[in-house]
Ligand binder design. Sequence first.
Ligand code: HEC
Length: 143
Amino acid sequence: MRAFSITAVAAALLVVAVPAQADEAAIEYRQHVLSSMGGHMQGLVKLLRQQVPHQSHMPVHVNGIATISQVVGDIFAAEAPGGDALDGIWENPDDFGSKVSALQEAAANLKAAMDSGDMGAFGGAVQGVGQACKGCHDNYRAE
Ligand code: HEC
């Protein structure tokens, strides 16, 4: 019964998924994903500056960034020009892919630094993530 009702819901959704809206949805979806990563990054900076008393939330933001970094390649995989995304993303897939990998490595490094408890390494790792964001934005995101 459960499998049947999921199929019915999927079929109902297919009826409303008009192809003309696919790109718009892809653009909005990737913006939602990236803005959630931006929220985690801003939250983390507030914690590091000790502007709020929620140090125990550190793993929420670090794990959020590390997890979201894993889908950044996927959200640009299908060519959907628009938003603030520059066409170079789909013209230079190898270079763009290297920016995605740089983010994933920086995010994994951030998580490792947090797990090690070495606050000096952690500060450097946060900067490393910031540089990975900027490294892609400078080339592939409209001002
Ligand atoms: C591999 C490239 C790449 C990396 C790495 C990257 N971004 Fe972006 N980001 C983009 C592109 C391209 C856009 C514009 C997307 C659009 O408008 O469709 C964007 C948009 C955004 C936005 C605006 C989303 C919106 O609501 O319009 C935020 C916030 C953001 N990025 C935060 C970050 C943060 C924080 C990092 C690092 C932790 C990061 N990004 C890493 C490519 C990247």
